[in-house]
Design a protein around this ligand. Structure first.
Ligand SMILES: O=P(O)(O)OC[C@H]1O[C@H](O[C@H]2O[C@H](CO)[C@@H](O)[C@H](O)[C@H]2O)[C@H](O)[C@@H](O)[C@@H]1O
Length: 252
């Protein structure tokens, strides 16, 4: 499948890791390609503001990574939502994983060199990319901590990681929320993602008459190809907006 040409009726919902950014060995070692913040800013200007980052990262980390671009964003898989006017909503407010779980994960990471714990305001991720052979131990531990029927929290499989986060949060719900307000309302959403948690975002985009694009299927698994598509999209949108060229000698 080839990705669609962007047009002015679109809204963009973009996942970060594995979609806009190449996967790195650790969460901190991702590299933001030069020009990406400016590319996102240009798209936002051409799409009347309708560009959102929908990610598992916290919104604070998104700001650090994409600086100086300050995104409309859903962070922690939809547990927090920042609207275009900068207002942040937490869903549900004040809910964070129990300290005892964080401590158990940190203690395990101390015992298992290479296993990393990433704390977030609502949730926590535990990564085993550096030591894939620890994957089973990590999963056993988180399953013991978080019962399947826990009323508030649930496990989310991630790429060489597993996360514990609020049960009520989902990227699909985040897209639904954003689509109900300007500047997204009434547009045709395109959600681009690479991971299990992105599927709900893609489904929500389809429900609103748009598309969900899987990086593996549409972009050969390459974030660079996603960025190239966005760059072409920006050129297309800007050229359609440009005043018609006047050839020499033509009437003004
Ligand atoms: O929703 P996303 O924007 O795709 O974020 C999902 C998680 O991405 C990060 O972890 C993943 O990327 C790391 C850097 O490339 C990689 O080292 C790790 O193995 C991946 O699981 C991030 O650290 C998490 O907080 C996000 O939830």
């Amino acid at each position: 499948m080839t990705p669609p040409d962007l047009d002015r009726t679109n809204a963009l919902f973009l996942d970060l890791d594995g979609t806009l950014l190449e996967i790195a060995e650790t969460p901190e070692s991702v590299v933001v390609p030069p020009g990406l913040p400016q590319l996102l800013d240009g798209l936002r200007a051409e799409l009347g503001g309708a560009v959102a980052i929908v990610t598992g990262r916290s919104i604070g980390v998104v700001d650090d990574l994409l600086n100086p671009f300050v995104a409309t964003a859903a962070g922690e898989h939809g547990a927090s939502l920042r609207w275009q006017d900068g207002k942040v909503e937490e869903m549900p407010k004040g809910l964070a994983v129990p300290e005892a779980w964080r401590e158990a994960l940190v203690a395990a990471a101390d015992r298992w060199p290479g296993v990393l714990v990433e704390h977030k305001p609502h949730g926590v991720a535990i990564h085993y990319r550096l030591v894939p052979e620890r994957g089973n131990d990590v999963w056993r531990l988180v399953r013991a901590l978080v019962p399947q029927d826990h009323p508030w929290f649930r496990l989310l499989p991630a790429r060489e990681a597993v996360e514990i986060g609020p049960r009520a949060a989902s990227k699909g719900h985040a897209v639904e929320q954003l689509m109900q307000r300007q500047p997204f309302q009434g547009r045709r959403p395109i959600f681009v993602g690479d991971d299990f948690t992105d599927e709900a975002g893609m489904e929500a985009a389809r429900q609103f008459g748009g598309q969900g694009l899987r990086v593996a299927e549409v972009f050969d698994g390459q974030p660079a190809a996603v960025r190239a598509w966005l760059k072409r999209g920006l050129e297309l949108l800007s050229s359609r907006n440009a005043p018609p060229a006047v050839s020499a000698g033509a009437a003004p």
